[in-house]
Design a binder for this molecule. Sequence first.
Ligand code: NAP
Ligand code: G4F
Length: 345
Amino acid sequence: MKNALVTGITGQDGSYLAELLLSKGYNVYGIWRRKANVDYGNISHLKDEINLIYADMTDLSSLISAVKISQPDEVYNLAAQSFVASSWDTPLNTAETDALGVTNILEAIRLVKPDARFYQASTSEMFGLVQEIPQTEKTPFYPRSPYGVAKLYGHWITKNYRESYNIFACSGILFNHESERRGLEFVTRKITNSAVKIKLGLQDCVELGNLDSKRDWGHSEDYVRAMWLMLQQDTPDDFVIATNETRTVREFAETAFRCLDIEIDWQGSGVDEIGVDRATGKTVVKVNKKFFRPAEVDILLGNPEKAEKILGWKRNVNFSQLVERMVKNDLNLLSSRNNKIIKLK
Ligand code: NAP
Ligand code: G4F
């Protein structure tokens, strides 16, 4: 039986990856941070099947202990300050976790279990001000946020430990992936959650930032499978994981509201743009400047050809299925919590 150590196990991807590894018969260890009130969150349904170790990406000694305890065959480094907008508010903490934290976990592996295979959660945010469309493994990087810059360090230090110490280290350059477990501040979940609240009469309107921003959105369940596949190859390498389709935030909002039988008509432009419910004439989407970023990543579109060819990876969930799953999940959660029943056409 193989041992796997997952950092960031309480997050969106960590919880789906833990499920995948358990289904494959792994002994799953995860690191988590102490909180004032114990909260299992995304892994509450798994807590009796996994081994949790208190550690922090900024604390090398805790990571050395975690590697000693878990004796991992595979380490998946998913822990990060992952919210791009927050990285301007906490640039140093973002760098300590997302950049130096990667060196910390790689050092723990080098010192304690150098034959462990290592996965680094790299990101399409490293492409930032994109130098070509679509982006591939060969596209030059140009990060546009403290988060993107920190992740680029993590990407290169992973490559460096592969070349310097022969560690089996891979980076997955993953494009945006979402799910029913996505944090509420990310734009997709913010939209699905708010659209459902509007439908249930619990909220009037959702305020968003840049509606023109384009993202390549897939489902987390498909993307964690790619992480595992990377560590099963004969040689370590880096792979783009994406859907090869890009949509605007506006299109995501339209699709989410449509799942709830609400058709949106857009009026105005820029910060004055609004989304109006065609049936009632009520404004359900507004633009608020406070959600704009100091520097934006305008368009992400990934070409996953290398992963499809070498890993045999293919996504199962398409854009409309992704949005529908997220909306249905929020509808179930919010209608039962608020004792409301609605029937969709
Ligand atoms: P997420 O839901 O925000 O999860 C992040 C995890 O990191 C949480 O478990 C969090 O723990 C943990 N964490 C944060 N700071 C830590 C620290 N100092 N020490 C230990 N743990 C810490 O993120 P996700 O969407 O699952 O993403 C997983 C990884 O993939 C991240 O590295 C992210 O940057 C990267 N990525 C994500 C996407 C995407 O679209 N989702 C795309 C490309 C790359 P708490 O519960 O204690 O906060
Ligand atoms: O959902 P977002 O916050 O995700 P973002 O910035 O693309 O980052 C996510 O994907 C990265 C991979 O490319 C990951 F590395 C990262 O960890 C994270 O998972 O924002 C998406 C887009 C942005 O262009 C943002 O400006 O939506 C735009 N947006 C418009 N209104 C908004 C809002 N974003 C948020 N969070 N909230 C809004 O109201």
